[in-house]
Design a protein around this ligand. Structure first.
Ligand code: ADP
Length: 675
């Protein structure tokens, strides 16, 4: 770790979820425009239809009004002719008075060309106004229509209208003929001559002319006169209303001028209305979509935060249960973060401030430099920035030694600059101790094997020597050359070596029995004085041989309930050790009763045992004198302790190196039936 700073811890930033962009749907505005066009077309068609209906209805009303106006004017004129006819029949209307009466009437009714008087022989006798029409006076009624109408009027005694025709004045005209009878005497007829053109002009209000193309037509449909520019209407239809009372096929034909158009302003307004409506609909739709999307995004965000919290919680629990500590270093700022477990493994309280110097200070001095170099290598990106190592910490506040497995990884940005360096620490002290124990056990076992092979070899070598002596003697003299006492000594020697071998093998078997819990004890009543006597007697030759005078202090009444054979083993082992490690010095065996127990002290004045070894010597294969040259497998005290524990007893030692050793045994008297 390149920087060493005292910066404080930082909180990690909260996770975030990028908002998903909305997909663009171009189809929506296009479809909207199409729908708008369709709606506009339908709206326009409806409007057009409505306008046409209104125009048709208005035109019908106006046409009927025009027809009624024409009819009224014609009827009025006809009434006036009636009046003239009545006066003529009475003889009240003479030549001059006719002019005086009719001329002003014609002048005030421009639709009339004149009023003509025809006598009973159908010759035109007078006309008003006379000056303008003088040329027709005296003419006989020859034109087909006037003649037909006149004759018909005379016959029916009723007014009769001609069909339209071209008058002498060259105008399209028609006439109404009024017969004059004085009683049954037919005296002639008055005719009112109409100009079709002027009739229209007089009868139709000027405002109608602006809106309609109006014409008078005969029964064949031929136009007699028309108002306007002479072109037909463009309204798409024409209404024809016959002037029924005339009975001459005359009809008013009305066509609306031009089609009522829908103005640009209206179109624009409609379009804008439609557009804003569409815009509102699109806006509402887009808003709903946006809201839904936002809701979905928020839900996804909440779910993801929930999942994150859950996985963080799981991770935290996993870390806690695994007793793993986590550290995090930001090389750019030098900020180092340790969790509580990490601090604990460096012997610090949870609220301790940490930095890289604290880390180094917490390491065992022998591991400090190596751990620092490993961190540097990871930060340089060696091995992909990974590292895994073991080091020891010495608790900064609690002083405890701990073995730590540390692992970490340096994360670099695209430029190779390390952004983050994180990892874990785990307490592996128990494994390490176990490992050390195992290594120690292996070492001890190997040592034992080497000693055991040596121990086994010694009696075997002795045996071999004995047998070689016999072999040589047999070769020399056929087996009779050895004196008897020599032979007996050899046989005793062989016996001792076999005993020794047997003991070694027995010891090893006992170790195995103890280990597997199969060292069963057979209790019986034992008089301790007898048992000790037997052991001492058996060992006496050896005691003498090594120069160890033995003193026994014993309460001779002591009786216990023990396994006789195993108890012999205990005394044999303890006394044998005195001979091995205290040769040439006195040995004391003291036994005394202490309540329900027996206390046994076996004391020598030999080499003694170092303090730190005093507990170990009761373990398997443990020897306090590995290189002393004194033979032994390191099993005797282990077996002794095992036997005593099987009896509910204990064993301990007091010793100073060079001052001899005192082994102290406490043995319950045992659960005999009498006690
Ligand atoms: P062994 O004697 O075969 O090595 P033991 O189990 O009897 O095995 O003894 C274990 C060790 O204890 C010995 O190796 C020796 O170092 C030490 N020891 C036992 N008895 C004595 C003693 N009386 N004086 C000094 N050391 C002793």
């Amino acid at each position: 770790m390149p920087q060493r700073t005292g910066a404080t811890e930082q909180a990690p930033s909260a996770p975030s979820l990028a908002r998903q962009p909305l997909p663009r749907v171009w189809l929506v505005p296009i479809l909207g425009a199409l729908v708008l066009g369709l709606v506009l077309a339908v709206a326009l068609a409806l409007l057009r239809y409505r306008i046409d209906q209104t125009v048709r209805a208005t035109t019908e009303d106006d046409t009927r009004a025009m027809a009624a106006s024409l009819q009224l004017r014609l009827d009025g004129n006809q009434d006036y002719l009636h009046l003239l006819a009545a006066e003529r029949a009475d003889g009240a209307l003479e030549f001059e008075s006719f002019q005086a009466r009719a001329a002003p009437f014609v002048e005030s009714h421009p639709e009339l060309i004149n009023i003509t008087w025809v006598d009973a022989s159908l010759v035109i006798r007078d006309v008003s106004p006379r000056e303008a029409n003088r040329q027709i006076i005296g003419l006989r009624l020859e034109l087909t229509e006037p003649k037909r109408a006149a004759l018909w009027a005379r016959q029916t005694r009723l007014p009769a209208y001609t069909r339209p025709f071209v008058a002498i004045q060259g105008m399209n005209s028609f006439e109404v003929w009024m017969p004059v009878f004085a009683g049954d005497e037919f005296r002639g007829l008055f005719a009112a001559v109409y100009s079709s053109e002027r009739l229209l002009e007089q009868a139709v209000p000027p405002s109608f002319g602006a809106r309609y193309h109006i014409s008078l037509a005969d029964e064949t449909g031929s136009i007699l006169s028309e108002l306007g520019d002479g072109n037909g209407g463009e309204g798409g239809f024409a209404l024809r209303v016959p002037l029924a009372s005339l009975d001459n096929g005359l009809a008013v034909v009305v066509e609306p001028k031009g089609r009522q158009s829908i103005g640009w302003g209206m179109l624009l307004l409609l379009f804008l209305c439609g557009l804003s409506l569409l815009g509102m609909l699109y806006g509402t739709w887009a808003l709903r979509r946006e809201l839904r999307h936002r809701l979905e995004t928020e839900t996804a965000l909440r779910t993801s935060q929930e999942n994150l919290r859950t996985s963080e919680e799981r991770f935290r629990l996993a870390v806690q249960s695994a007793h793993i500590g986590i550290w995090d270093l930001r090389p750019t700022t030098g900020v180092l973060t340790w969790d509580a477990r990490c601090k604990e493994l460096f012997g610090l309280p949870p609220d301790a401030q940490v930095d890289y110097d604290v880390f180094l200070a917490g390491l065992h001095p022998e591991d400090r430099e190596r751990a620092h170099q490993i961190n540097q290598a990871a930060l340089r990106g060696e091995d992909g920035g990974y590292y895994s190592t073991e080091y020891r910490t010495v608790g900064l506040q609690d002083g405890r030694l701990r073995w730590i497995l540390a692992q970490g990884r340096a994360y670099s940005d695209e430029k190779g600059q390390v952004e983050r360096y994180v990892g874990t620490v785990r307490d592996i002290t128990p494994q390490k101790l176990l490992e050390q124990g195992l290594n120690e056990a292996i070492r001890t076992r190997d040592e034992f094997l080497s000693i055991a092979s040596h121990e086994l070899k010694t009696p075997l070598t002795a045996l071999k020597l004995q047998t070689q002596v016999i072999q040589r003697a047999r070769l020399k003299g056929g087996g009779t050359s050895l004196p008897m006492d020599t032979l007996i000594r050899i046989i005793q020697g062989i016996d001792r070596q076999v005993d020794r071998l047997t003991r070694l093998v027995e010891d090893m078997l006992d170790v195995s029995r103890l280990k597997t819990g199969k060292l069963a004890i057979q209790r019986e009543e034992v008089r301790l004085v007898e048992l000790i006597h037997e052991v001492v007697e058996r060992l006496r030759p050896q005691l003498e041989a090594v120069g160890c005078p033995l003193t026994v202090e014993l309460d001779e009444t002591l009786v216990g309930f023990w396994d006789r054979y195993r108890l012999e083993q205990v005394f044999t082992n303890l006394l044998s050790n005195c001979m091995k490690y205290g040769a040439g010095k006195p040995v004391t065996l003291a036994v005394q009763k202490d309540g329900e127990h027996v206390r046994i002290h076996v004391r020598d004045q030999g080499i003694g045992i170092a303090k730190e070894k005093q507990q170990l010597i009761f373990e398997r294969f443990e020897r306090a004198v590995p290189d002393s040259g004194i033979s032994g497998l390191g099993l005797g005290l282990y077996i002794t302790r095992g036997i005593l524990e099987q009896h509910g007893g204990t064993i301990g030692v007091h010793s100073e190196p060079g001052q001899g050793a005192t082994f102290e045994v406490e043995l319950p008297l045992g659960p005999s039936p009498g006690r």
